[in-house]
Design a protein around this ligand. Structure first.
Ligand code: HEM
Length: 126
């Protein structure tokens, strides 16, 4: 039994991961991206005994990448309609064309090595 459905012996079951995190019984307006949404209880990293063991690293990477982008980008805008990847079970994008304009005061000089600023560079650009 799974919910109200009985799954017989040797019957095939197709997992539709694309519907994960879009259950309208749990999420209000499940197909919208709402930046203020409290996302506690999502299943993006799985659940239970096989829950993602790399999720702390993945969350840290996401945080570092988005913080760096937010501090350096003044605007991020779509330049064309995003295109979905052709996939029966996973929901993802094949393309997401965007134009990013730099936050002039915080952008890294193009000739600067290692992606970080020295004290003198930091002082110069404020
Ligand atoms: C945004 C990035 C990531 C997402 C969305 C993600 C998602 C997931 C999901 C949904 C599962 C559960 C699969 C299942 O139930 O069968 C999983 C398992 C797993 N993930 Fe991740 N993952 C991410 C990054 C990582 C990273 C960076 C590592 C390692 C450094 C990692 C290592 C693993 C491992 C080893 C498992 C299997 C755990 C087990 O079966 O006990 N993942 N991941």
């Amino acid at each position: 039994m799974f919910g109200e459905v009985t799954i017989g012996e040797s019957e095939k079951v197709l997992m539709l991961l694309a519907s994960a995190n879009r259950d309208p019984r749990k999420w209000d307006r499940p197909d919208e991206y709402i930046i203020e949404r409290g996302a506690g209880g999502h299943v993006g990293f799985g659940a239970g005994i096989h829950m993602c063991v790399g999720q702390l690293l993945a969350r840290l990477e996401g945080q570092v990448m988005l913080a760096a982008l937010a501090s350096r980008a003044k605007t991020i805008e779509l330049t064309a309609e995003p295109r979905r990847a052709f996939n029966n079970t996973l929901r993802s994008l094949a393309t997401l064309p965007v134009r990013v304009t730099a936050n002039y005061h915080l952008s890294i000089p193009p000739n600067f090595p290692n992606g970080s600023l020295s004290n003198s560079e930091q002082a110069r650009i404020g």
